[in-house]
Design a binder for this molecule. Structure first.
Ligand code: PLP
Length: 358
């Protein structure tokens, strides 16, 4: 079975096998990781290993803190403005579609937001263009979504402003999929359920100088300063999810690290777009240089074919290929854990389906 779900997504098979082996007896301790005290030596070793694993995969410098948080990515839509947006300032947003708009709408609850770039004119099918009428120096930070999971649009260039405005990125669906230079960012956050581990876990990478200026109303558990001081344990952390994330980070390094994963991801997405572009019944209408390597939406010219395509896919063990409810069509999410053989099985099926339906 190959699971093309956009999230929660498939995890690497060896990670699940190890978790299964250790489920009831973690390394001879006689208890499950789920039953370990979060203050125990054993769990602190897991937390340390997970942080170290992510730091080494992403080359995170020492003046950045790594936090493991609860609630996935969405709480960061509130936490980022609560921590970084001042009363006289504004938050700049690059509007590339669904997820950037979610982040922008939430930030607007806590202060002024300014749309500084947008791809609305192309119905979010191309790279965004800068808009006029904003002052760079009024921005407390600039937020963008390097990969729009639903739209299937990815920004391969990091946006640059002439000022040293901190850049904030929602990397939920592209973290660890290709190299990023962490020093270009003030803050990076991600929900875990695509390239890291189980849903409900979040990861925040925050630069030291951005701590300590949270709004007075900022809840304690969303305050990065509090979370840093408590070393991700301001309340009971999602221990089992952190354990799985640690195993996924180890798996990523064993694959050869992020550069190798990026090479695999390029090969997988090229294979899929190639078959879609050659097809006479399917299309993907995203500007080619903005096509996502993680989430590949595709549509039938004749919508009537969609349901039999999806049913046939399901019968072959190619799961969760239906598009997002807001977008329709189909979508294949091909994160790090999806092997090339999975994409090959999908493209074989696409070709066979076309041959029997033209
Ligand atoms: N940001 C992006 C880019 C996403 O793809 C998602 C979920 O798919 C989210 C945020 C929301 O994540 P969560 O459901 O963990 O809050």
């Amino acid at each position: 079975v190959y699971n093309f779900c956009s999230g929660p997504a498939m995890l690497p098979a060896p990670v699940l096998a190890q978790a299964q082996r250790e489920l009831t007896d973690y390394q001879g301790h006689g208890v499950s990781v789920m039953e370990l005290s979060h203050r125990s030596e054993e769990f602190l070793a897991i937390l340390h290993s997970a942080e170290h694993g992510l730091r080494s995969l992403m080359h995170i410098p020492d003046h950045y803190h790594v936090l493991f948080t609860s609630g996935g990515a969405s709480p960061q839509f509130s936490a980022v403005p609560l921590n970084l947006l001042s009363s006289g300032g504004a938050a700049g947003f690059i509007n590339t579609g669904y997820w950037s708009q979610k982040a922008m709408a939430e930030a607007a609850r806590f202060g002024r937001v300014v749309e500084v770039a947008s791809s609305a004119d192309s119905a979010f099918k191309s790279l965004p263009v800068w808009l006029s009428g904003f002052q760079t120096n009024e921005l407390d930070y600039l937020h963008y979504t390097p990969n729009e999971t639903i739209g299937g649009v990815e920004l391969f260039e990091v946006p640059e402003l002439p000022t040293d405005t901190p850049l904030v990125a929602d990397m939920s669906s592209c973290i660890l999929s290709r190299p990023f230079d962490v020093e270009q960012f003030g803050l990076i956050y991600a929900g875990a359920q695509k390239n890291i581990g189980p849903a409900g876990l979040g990861v925040v990478i925050v630069r030291e100088d951005l701590l300590g200026s949270a709004q007075a109303q900022c809840p304690r558990l969303l305050n990065y300063q509090t979370l840093v001081e408590a070393r991700s344990m301001a309340n009971t952390p999602p221990t089992f999810a952190i354990y799985l994330a640690d195993l996924v980070f180890q798996w990523c390094s064993a694959q050869g690290g992020v550069p190798t994963l990026a090479k695999h991801n390029l090969a997988k997405s090229d294979m899929l777009y190639d078959v879609i572009d050659r097809s006479s019944i399917l299309f993907n209408d995203i500007e080619p240089k903005a096509r996502s390597r993680m989430n590949v939406p595709f549509f039938f010219h004749d919508k009537n074919l969609e349901s039999s395509f999806l049913a046939g896919a399901q019968r072959r063990g190619l799961l969760n290929l239906a598009g997002h409810r807001s977008a329709g069509g189909c979508r294949a999410s091909i994160y790090n854990a999806m092997p090339l053989a999975g994409v090959q099985a999908l493209t074989d099926y696409m070709i066979e389906f076309e041959n029997t339906h033209v």
